[in-house]
Design a protein around this ligand. Structure first.
Ligand code: ATP
Ligand code: PRP
Ligand code: NIO
Ligand code: MG
Length: 461
């Protein structure tokens, strides 16, 4: 099995105390005592009623490749307080996870507090070395997957969600992890995209993006555009001067009575940027319309370019709004698209996609829903990937058994099939409901059988 995605995930990515305890266990001849540890959290994050479990695959990759190098062993021996006996060095050389077994709930499952997500069984010293990296790999993964699921729930199933967080994430690993686990938490793979090219390559996450304000403001005027020709989409002919075609559509828009003569002079630098982008991506024309003035410039400029593209058989994608009142502006833009559809006979133009971004979070999405809006797609960065609303999920790793002796009291409750039980609603704190369980499912499956080889069927590929 491949190693962990992040090469920093090695047996040294652990707290020093795991190694000092390993030494003391070894001195006491206790290092091979058979221990069972459970990983669980005590409270759902974000004041919510559910958590999405994630990070398992990386834990298994760590465990499958758990081996100390000679260099790492020397470093540990130099680092431990006092002298390090040769016998311990030999012990460290032989450590791997062939005596460890891992049982877990499958990645992406909705889970609840105090339920073991991961059970690690094996020699106590080795399992303790695993504590810190396993917690590290599960805590943020599950937190950000849960955050993504919460954003999906508020946005609604039909909306497209774009993860825009790379620039704001907590360093490279925070960003790559956020992209991977937001995708897992976003539920619907056809409606969740990332801007993170590296994550797209590593994990096959679908990538999408628009363009920036800098692209718009880098242009001065359409005169700058030197290559002006564009083939028709069916390749049947070529429009030699797409820039002029755009200009002619802009004047038709400016004179359109249906638009109440509201469109005056638009910003030419913006028009040049949109035209250039359309020339580069005629099948994927999406314009950021808020650099100057959304209704006076951005939307009419977009429509002029989209109408010119339509003449050549291309369907434009839409606009992005990145400032201002997103409910109001999306509604006003939609009205213009609908008027253009009627006025110029373009079936479907009224449904042109509207993307919104700018410091979005669960609350703003909820506020937009309450106000009514025309947004089809959200680009969400900072609040999503940094888990702004809650810094950490408090997963813990607790010893539950040693040499077959229980170390915490385990519940004796067995859920009863066919009997009514009172449950909390998973998403709505105040709701309770009677549920009659139809079947009892073993949540923990074997993901790492160790050398016993009891079951390897659930090892993720
Ligand atoms: N209709 C709305 N209801 C609730 N929140 C909204 C609505 N429209 C936008 N927002 C949010 O309000 C905030 C507006 O940000 P801000 O006050 O910085 O203004 P801005 O539009 O970005 O302007 P500026 O260009 O000055 O930065 C953002 O977090 C945005 O997501
Ligand atoms: O707002 P977030 O949810 O974090 O999403 C990412 C943001 O990053 C980009 O702009 P950036 O903030 O870099 O610059 P700008 O706001 O000045 O356009 C983008 O236009 C979004 O606004
Ligand atoms: O593709 C975009 O529009 C994008 C990407 C990252 C951040 N903000 C916007
Ligand atoms: Mg911004």
């Amino acid at each position: 099995m491949d190693g962990p995605t992040n090469p920093m995930v090695t047996p040294l990515l652990t707290d020093l105390y795991q190694f000092t305890m390993a030494y003391a266990y070894w001195k006491a001849g206790k290092h091979n005592d058979r221990a069972v540890f459970d990983l669980y959290f005590r409270k759902n994050p974000f004041g919510g009623e559910f958590t999405v479990f994630a990070g398992l695959e990386e834990c298994i990759k760590l465990i499958a490749n758990f081996k100390l190098t000679e260099e790492e062993i020397s470093f540990i021996c130099e680092t431990l307080p006092g002298s390090c006996e040769e016998g311990f060095v030999k012990y460290l050389r032989n450590i791997d996870c062939s005596d460890v077994e891992v049982y877990a709930i499958s990645e992406g499952t909705v889970v609840f507090p105090k339920v073991p997500l991961l059970r690690v069984e094996g020699p106590v010293a080795v399992v303790q070395l695993l504590e810190t990296p396993v917690l590290n790999l599960v805590n943020f993964a599950s937190l950000v997957a849960t955050n993504a699921a919460r954003h999906r729930l508020v946005a609604g199933k039909s909306k497209m969600l774009l993860e825009f967080g790379l620039r704001r994430a907590q360093g490279p690993d925070g960003a790559i992890s956020a992209s991977k686990y937001c995708y897992i938490g976003g539920f619907d793979a056809t409606r969740w995209f990332s801007n993170n090219v590296a994550a797209g390559r590593l994990f096959g996450i679908p990538l999408r993006g628009t363009h920036s304000h800098a692209f718009v403001s880098s242009f001065m005027s359409p005169d700058e555009i030197l290559e002006r020709s564009l083939h028709r989409s069916d390749g049947s002919s070529t429009c030699e001067d797409f820039v002029s075609l755009v200009q002619s559509w802009l004047s038709k828009i400016q004179w359109a009575k249906a638009l109440g003569n509201t469109v005056g002079e638009t910003n030419q630098s913006e028009l040049a940027a949109f035209t250039s982008y359309a020339l580069a991506f005629p099948n994927n024309f999406l314009a950021l319309v808020d650099t100057y003035d959304v209704m006076r410039s951005g939307v009419p400029n977009f429509c002029a370019v989209a109408l010119a593209l339509n003449d050549l058989g291309y369907k434009s994608v839409g606009i992005r709004l990145d400032s201002g009142d997103l409910a109001y502006l999306s509604g006003e833009a939609r009205k213009i698209f609908q008027i253009i559809e009627k006025e110029f006979g373009l079936p479907g133009f009224g449904k042109t996609s509207i993307t919104a971004s700018n410091d979005l979070n669960e609350e703003t999405l909820d506020a937009l829903n309450k106000q009514g809006h025309e947004v089809d797609c959200y680009g969400i960065g900072t609040y999503l990937v940094t888990c702004y609303a809650q810094a950490a999920l408090g997963c813990v790793f607790k010893l539950v058994e040693i040499n077959n002796q229980p170390r915490i009291k385990l519940s004796e409750d067995v859920s009863k099939v066919g009997e009514r039980i009172l449950c909390r609603h998973p998403f709505n704190e105040s709701k309770r409901a009677y549920v009659v369980p139809q079947r009892v499912e073993e949540l923990l499956k074997c993901y790492w059988p160790g050398k016993s080889g009891k079951s390897s069927e659930y090892i993720p590929s």
